[in-house]
Each structure stands twice: as C-alpha cells, then as structure tokens.
Design a protein around this ligand. Structure first.
Ligand code: CP
Length: 401
C-alpha cells in the first residue's frame, strides 16, 4: 500500500478514528493523546509507580523480566531521538522483551527503494510491537490502519505506538508529562511524617492550595516558549482538559508562528479551560503551579522568520535567578527536552527543576503502557499488592509489638 491510499481515513476528525485503535475495550494502537481518558491516565500512573517500586528489588526485577520474554519489539526511529527511543528500549527490557532497532533507513532496504509501509509490514512479521518515529507525516497512524486491515484478513497484526512524528502528536510524551504532574501534585516529601507534612506546610504559606487540593485538578499551568510549533504542548494541554477547573497561561513571543493558534485556544476554551496569553514570563510566573518550558524550534524557521526572530528579546522566555525568586516554592519546572538557553544549567540545582525526573518517569510510564497493551497490568497490580501489603503488615506488627 502507498501512503496516499490512507488519505480518506487520515482526513477525519480524531474522535471518529479513536474507536478503530481499540480492541476488546482496550487500546490496541497508541497514536493520539486523545486516546487516554482520565481513568486510563490514573491507571497507567498507578501501574508505572508499581513497576518502579517492584523494580527496586532483585526478586521484583525477576518478576518483571518474566512478564513478556516471549515478545519482541521493533524500535523504528528514523527521526532523531534520545529520550523517547532509549526510555522505550529500557521499558521493553524491564518487561523482559527482546528489542531490535532501525534508526538509519539508509542501512535498511529503504535504501533500495522499499517504502516505509512495506518496511513496517515486514517488522510485523518478526516482532509483536512496533514503536516508531518518522519524518513522514502521519506514518504511525497509517501503519495502525495497515495493521487493522491485516487483522481483517486474519493476517499478522501487531500494535503500533507513535513515538512522536514530525509536527504531529507525541502521545507518550503527554503521558509521561501527566504522570510527572500527578506525582508533583501529591506534594509528598521524603521528610513527611506523622508530625510534619509538606502539603500542610505549603497550605499555610499559599492559602489558595486549600481549595486547589492535591492532584492535577484546579491548578494553574504555564506553557512557555515555542507554543505554535510545539507538539508536546498541544498533546499535554489536550490531556489536561481531562481535569477540572484548569487554568493555562501560554507565554510566547508575539508572532503567529510561535503563539498558540486561535483554533487551539478556542478548543481549550470550549472544554472549559481558562486561557490567558502573555509575552513575558516574568509577569505571570508567580501565578503558576507548574511551568512547562519549551525551546524555540529554530530548525523549522523560514528565511523570513529567521530574520524576524533575530530581533526578538528571548530573555522574556528564559528562566533567570530573578524569575526563580518570584516563583512559588512548590512550582515544578518541566521541559520535554532537548533544551537550549531557556533553562540555564544553574536551574538544575533548584529543587523545583523536575525535568530529569520527568525524563526518567518516561521509562516507568512507557513500561506501564506496554504492559497494559499486552494485558500484563493486572499481574503487576497483583504482584505489587501481595508483595507490598505483606511489607505493610510486617511493619504494623513491629509497631504493635
Ligand atoms: N522529549 C523527546 O521526545 O525527546 P527526544 O526527541 O530525545 O526523544
């Protein structure tokens, strides 16, 4: 099949497509962030934390390795990636899967003219899961349709995960962002005890937290940088509409390429989000519960944009010591990475800098997603419950004694 043969299916509203990417009331393919409802986000977040806790012990590691040793994953990443590629690879390895990769198509038969669609069909002959990132727009979506067509003819058909393609969506980045946000707004600290609790301390300093409470609901989110071209911002903002009473600030240079599009803002407003635009991070930073920084994607500039962007004052979209002082003490700083100058490296020492943890969370939540796609999440929950509840009983026994 050729890509143009999928055109009529591609040109449909996302909500019409979503049921086609499900099987037996579960996701089969992961192509859009809109596929994750709140229940699934909560479930995957819980399973991710369980995997993380289980993986700490040798026995737990062995249990995880025993879940999918009979499955293989193909990592087909022909567009540049560090985090998505590696965290998916580690996620597969954690669950015992065998992995193979193609990153440079000139070393595959695509060099001899094989189409990406034929390549992907070949991968499905050898592997049980295809995780992909490509320069070709909508290729992951087309491959999911290809797999569905094969299924209809009782031929081998495997799940496809979109690892973020071109200017399209990046659904698993949004998933790891939400997982990080869920954890940030637990307001937990290793120092929490029966006499001291970080959240209670924060509520005294910031009385509006009494109403905002724990969790991603009722929070004020700031997105700063290249909003217009940022697929991660679009995907995450979409997922945040699953939560109640959310406010979003979009802080970008005043240029149509970099600002959020009016359509995007209207979509958010129609879903009940309070939306504000700003052209100066310093003006709004004190209002935010969470700040999501992004880099200006200069590699996509046209020659006219290049000339215009040269005169912009980017310091208004970069973190500085003064800005950090204005931020709330609990406001987490996230970034999908890679970064440029928008987060100077001195910020890495600040306890509010969560971006390295965010990237590591990608490994746990991607492992949770793969376990879910292969119906292994139930086994993880059972193992965690039996292992950690006996831990708890033991501690209670000690306390009672
Ligand atoms: N965040 C992200 O997608 O990073 P990579 O491009 O390194 O995969």
């Amino acid at each position: 099949m050729q890509l143009h043969e999928f055109e009529s299916r591609l040109n449909r509203p996302v909500m019409m497509k979503i049921p086609e990417f499900e099987r037996n009331e579960r996701l089969k393919h992961v192509i859009f962030s809109e596929q994750f409802d709140r229940g699934l986000l909560d479930h995957l977040g819980r399973v991710a934390t369980m995997i993380k806790e289980i993986a700490r012990s040798k026995d737990g590691h062995k249990f995880l390795q025993g879940l999918l040793p009979h499955k293989g994953a193909m990592l087909y990443f022909t567009q540049a990636s560090t985090r998505t590629f590696l965290s998916f690879m580690r996620a597969c390895q954690l669950l015992g899967m065998k992995v193979a990769e193609i990153r440079d198509p000139s070393l595959s038969s695509e060099y001899k003219g094989e189409s990406p669609i034929d390549s992907v069909r070949m991968f499905s002959s050898y592997f049980d899961l295809i995780i992909m990132r490509s320069k070709v727009p909508n290729l992951a979506e087309c491959c999911a349709y290809l797999m569905n067509d094969l299924d209809q003819f009782n031929q081998r058909s495997v799940p496809v995960i979109n690892g973020g393609a071109g200017a399209d969506e990046h659904p698993t980045q949004a998933l790891l962002d939400i997982y990080t946000i869920q954890r940030v707004f637990e307001f937990k600290s290793p120092r929490d005890s029966s006499v001291w609790n970080r959240f209670d301390d924060l509520r005294k300093k910031y009385p509006d937290l009494n109403e905002k409470g724990r969790g991603p609901d009722r929070k004020v989110y700031g997105f700063c940088g290249d909003i217009g071209r940022g697929r991660t911002v679009r995907s995450l903002a979409n997922l945040l509409t699953r939560y109640e009473n959310v406010t979003m600030y979009f802080i970008a240079p005043d240029h149509p390429t970099l600002r959020p599009s009016p359509e995007f803002l209207n979509q958010l407003k129609n879903k009940g989000v309070r939306v504000f635009e700003s052209h100066d991070l310093a003006e709004v930073i004190g209002e935010l519960d969470l700040l999501y920084m992004t880099r200006i994607q200069n590699e996509h500039n046209s020659p006219e944009e290049e000339a215009f962007f040269k005169q912009l004052d980017y310091t208004r979209f970069q973190l500085s010591e003064e800005m950090l002082k204005k931020m709330r003490e609990y406001t987490a700083i996230l970034h999908p990475f890679p970064r440029n100058q928008e987060i100077p490296t001195f910020v890495d020492q600040d306890p509010r800098a969560m971006y390295f943890r965010q990237a590591r969370n990608g490994m746990w939540v991607r492992a949770a997603l793969i376990a879910y796609l292969f119906d292994m999440d139930g086994r993880i929950v059972s193992y965690h419950t039996s292992t950690f509840s006996s831990f708890h009983d033991y501690n209670e026994g000690v306390l009672k004694a």
